[in-house]
Design a binder for this molecule. Sequence first.
Ligand code: ZN
Length: 91
Amino acid sequence: MKTGKLDTAPHCPTCDKTLDGFTSFEEHSPGPEDITVCCYCGEVLQFTEEMALEKISDEVMAELDPECRDSLMLAKNAAALYGAVSNSIKS
Ligand SMILES: [Zn+2]
């Protein structure tokens, strides 16, 4: 695992939160075309050439190997759970 901060401070296109921190499954910093999950809303996202974030396309999702897709779904579910927990603490 590797964690760090992105200088580009991209925004999630779905929930508009700033996603400037990252946690990687491998010893790897995010780069263009890398895939990530928004920790606030669980959206599956892909970095553009400019290191902005866009929602992953169905074509890219379909090309991922099953193991990678499983990891993304786990991360997505964890984010959804985190969102539900933090919402219930706030209310
Ligand atoms: Zn989001």
